[in-house]
Design a protein around this ligand. Structure first.
Ligand code: SAH
Ligand code: SF4
Length: 341
């Protein structure tokens, strides 16, 4: 068993069923594991009297984690490359905020959605990450490196709703206050917009969880060109899934919009976007495109950004301009995967 993939209640029931032990021992292991000085379970005080339990844990616990094999920093943004057990590599980005950090995590090696503008999409899909591989990224940064991680965003490599169960399990593990303590309202799941999977997420009824949808286009023609998945699930299906999504009071859905010069940033696109949004409770994040390697598309200039930003404001769309730091180390949105094996 790997503690990174288990919630606290799951650990308690394993202790009960497998070892005939109560919550006292399970809690001691859980607390020890999430303490900064954790080395191995046999060091834990509560186990010193029980050699049998120590022996069982030594053979049952899988303590190896993906290892950081490269680390680069630019503009304060740090990109970590993890090597997984099978040799594949994933990337995780640490973005410093005022007093704490946001971590941008990966959920797949590659991605099968094939978005034209995205480096990860061009890699294709290699495999899904397990819940423990997802959680290990945050564990390493928060516990092993001692960084005060406040927010987690699923905006690294991969499509979270295409790896549904491990992503949901990772949220359950990360939110425990006795462990990583990243509450659902501090976790953002960013999706390419798979309507049936958004409906599955809705059924969990987690109104605090933040949902971001990468729209990136104001109409089906442009979206299908940029994001092949739109041919299968056009905008009306996406909109209907969003209309039914449960939100806590005052919460909104985030719409991610990567501005690509001359492709999705015309004046008419701003009004089409308004038509799509209608009365959906959304906030739009406008992200300037970071050209991936060998990209057919261009980044917008400052003037392009200002012009489109103004057009969105005129359409009364709630919009925030997002800078994309870390482009020099290929840590910016959509550039991940360049160091993968
Ligand atoms: N698969 C998920 C999450 C990972 S992508 C999704 O698509 O939402 C995270 C964000 O990066 C998405 O909003 C995506 O539109 C954006 N992105 C991808 N490539 C980009 C690029 N080259 N420049 C800027 N943003 C990009
Ligand atoms: Fe996958 Fe998201 Fe990149 Fe599209 S933008 S290819 S869904 S990671």
């Amino acid at each position: 068993m790997n503690l990174l993939g288990l919630t606290y209640p799951q650990l308690v029931s394993i202790f009960r069923e497998r070892y005939g032990r109560g919550e006292f021992h399970a809690a001691a292991l859980y607390r020890g594991f999430y303490g900064s000085a954790f080395r191995e379970p046999t060091d834990i005080e509560a186990f010193s009297a029980s050699h049998r339990l120590q022996g069982q844990l030594r053979s049952d616990l899988e303590l190896s984690r993906p290892v950081v094999v490269a680390q680069t920093t630019e503009d304060g943004v740090t990109k970590l490359v993890f090597r997984l057990q099978d040799g594949h590599r994933i990337e995780t980005v640490v973005i410093p905020m005022a007093n704490h950090a946001t971590v941008c995590i990966s959920c797949q090696v590659g991605c099968r959605m094939g978005c034209q503008f995205c480096h990860t999409g061009q890699m294709g899909w290699v495999r899904n990450l397990s819940a423990e591989e997802i959680v290990s990224q945050v564990y390493t940064i928060k516990i092993a490196m001692g960084i005060d991680v406040r927010n987690v965003v699923f905006m690294g490599m991969g499509e979270p709703l295409d790896n549904f169960d491990p992503v949901v399990q990772a949220v359950r593990v990360m939110e425990d206050q006795r462990g990583l303590n990243i509450a659902k309202r501090r976790i953002t799941v960013s999706t390419v917009g798979l309507p049936h999977q958004i409906e599955r997420l809705a059924q969990l009824n987690w109104p605090q969880l933040k949902l971001a949808v990468s729209l990136n286009a104001p109409n089906d023609a442009v979206r299908s060109e940029l994001m092949p998945i739109n041919r299968k699930y056009p905008l009306d299906q996406l909109k209907s899934a969003l209309q039914h999504y449960p939100l806590a009071r005052g919460n909104t859905i985030f719409i991610e919009y990567v501005q690509i010069k001359g492709v999705n940033d015309k004046r008419s696109h701003a009004s089409q976007l308004k038509d799509f949004i209608g009365d959906l409770p959304v906030k739009l994040n406008l992200i300037p495109y970071n050209p991936r390697r060998h990209s057919p598309y261009q980044a917008p200039t400052e003037t392009d950004i200002e012009r489109f930003h103004q057009a969105l404001i005129e359409e009364k769309i709630f919009v925030r301009l997002r800078s994309s730091k870390g482009a020099g180390i290929r840590a910016a949105c959509g550039q991940l995967g360049a160091s993968s094996a």
